[in-house]
Structure formats: structure tokens, C-alpha cells
Design a protein around this ligand. Structure first.
Ligand code: 6U4
Length: 176
């Protein structure tokens, strides 16, 4: 089966998109599960609450990139053995195709170091039940709660021509 099952015309294949890896540290505080997100202070998506991460460099695995970006953006150190692939999301920006990304989502419960605000990110913990969706990309509510619930999904998001609102989304079990 091709994915998504009802493609938007001319949607490029995932292999042609810019590879991005995100790392979501998870913890439990007072019995409440929490996830680490970050306010983007510079660059793409400035002012939004995002998953920590960024571009996968040539020769680097997605997991290696997720670990490197986590350390660069908030000072926490984890390892490829301590992160788990929790899903993937393809973000398509048809009005700005160079922005389109194939994003690997990793979670980790095992890290060292102290949380630090950097020039790029102001990190903050959020209970799964109180995600800052109003400060996130509009598509986040389509994939982040499901990832946090443990569903390993392949989600495809197509942004509208304003590059902000959601034109279409599909999700299916991760088979990559
Ligand atoms: N539609 C979307 N929905 C969403 O939730 N996050 C999105 C998104 N489009 C982009 N992002 C986020 C994911 C990630 O945090 C960031 C993309 O990575 P960036 O371009 O910020 O990488 P950087 O330029 O910071 O990476 P490096 O230059 O490699 O450090 O934008």
C-alpha cells in the first residue's frame, strides 16, 4: 500500500524531504507523565513550542542526530541506545517545498546533565494532559498526543498555502 492512501496531487516522496530528528525526553513527576518541549528562539518556527531537534547531518543516523540536537539545544545528554523511535511525521509545505521535512520522532527516559536554556531553545516540561497546543504548530495536536500515548504512527501533514494551517493529515501504523 502506498502512503498516504489518498495522496494530495504531486506530493513529493518522503525520501526527497529534508531529514529532521526530534528527541522528546519523558519523565514522571508526582505520578504525572511529562514531556520536554522547547520554545524556539531563533530560525525556523521562531516563537513556537516545538520538539527539540533539527537537521540530520550527512553520515549521521536519525538517532545520532536526535541525541546531538538534544545536547546542543538544552544540555541534556542521552545515547542512541537510550532513545526509541516513537513515530515519524512528514511535514509537507506545498507552497514552500524547500521547507518540507521527513521527521523521525524519538523518546527517551534516560539522560544526564542539567536542563539549560540555550540561544536556540527555552526548554520546559509539560504534563501530557496539558500540552501547549496553542503555542505549537497547528498540526501538533494530530500527532503529539498519539505519540505520547505510545502509538507508533507514520503521520503525513500537508500544510495549507499559508504554511500554518493544516490542509490534510493521514496517520497509519509505522511500517518504515
Ligand atoms: N509543521 C510542523 N509541526 C511541528 O510540530 N514542528 C515543526 C513543523 N515544521 C517544523 N517543525 C519543527 C521541528 C523542529 O523543531 C524544527 C525544524 O528543525 P530546525 O529547522 O529548527 O532545525 P534547526 O535549523 O534548528 O536545526 P539545525 O540547524 O540542524 O540545528 O521545526
Amino acid at each position: 500500500m502506498t502512503f498516504p492512501p489518498v495522496p494530495v496531487p504531486d506530493l513529493p516522496t518522503r525520501e526527497t524531504l529534508t531529514p529532521i530528528a526530534l528527541c522528546f525526553p519523558l519523565r514522571v513527576r508526582d505520578g504525572v507523565p511529562e514531556v520536554l518541549l522547547g520554545l524556539k528562539k531563533t530560525g525556523f518556527g521562531v516563537g513556537r513550542m516545538v520538539g527539540l531537534g533539527g537537521h540530520v547531518e550527512p553520515g549521521e543516523s536519525d538517532a545520532e542526530a536526535a541525541c546531538r540536537e538534544l545536547a546542543e539545544e538544552c544540555g541534556l545528554t542521552t545515547t542512541v541506545d537510550a532513545v526509541s523511535l516513537a513515530g515519524v511525521v512528514d511535514f509537507h509545505f506545498p507552497a514552500q517545498p524547500a521547507w518540507s521535512m521527513a521527521t523521525a520522532l524519538f523518546t527517551t527516559r534516560d539522560w544526564t546533565g542539567s536542563l539549560t536554556e540555550t540561544d536556540e531553545i527555552a526548554p520546559a516540561w509539560f504534563p501530557h494532559a496539558v500540552l501547549p497546543v496553542e503555542r505549537m504548530w497547528a498540526d501538533a495536536e494530530h500527532w503529539l498526543p498519539r505519540m505520547l500515548a505510545g502509538e507508533r504512527q507514520h503521520t503525513v501533514v500537508v500544510l495549507a498555502d499559508d504554511n500554518e494551517t493544516v490542509r490534510a493529515t493521514w496517520s497509519g501504523p509505522l511500517t518504515l
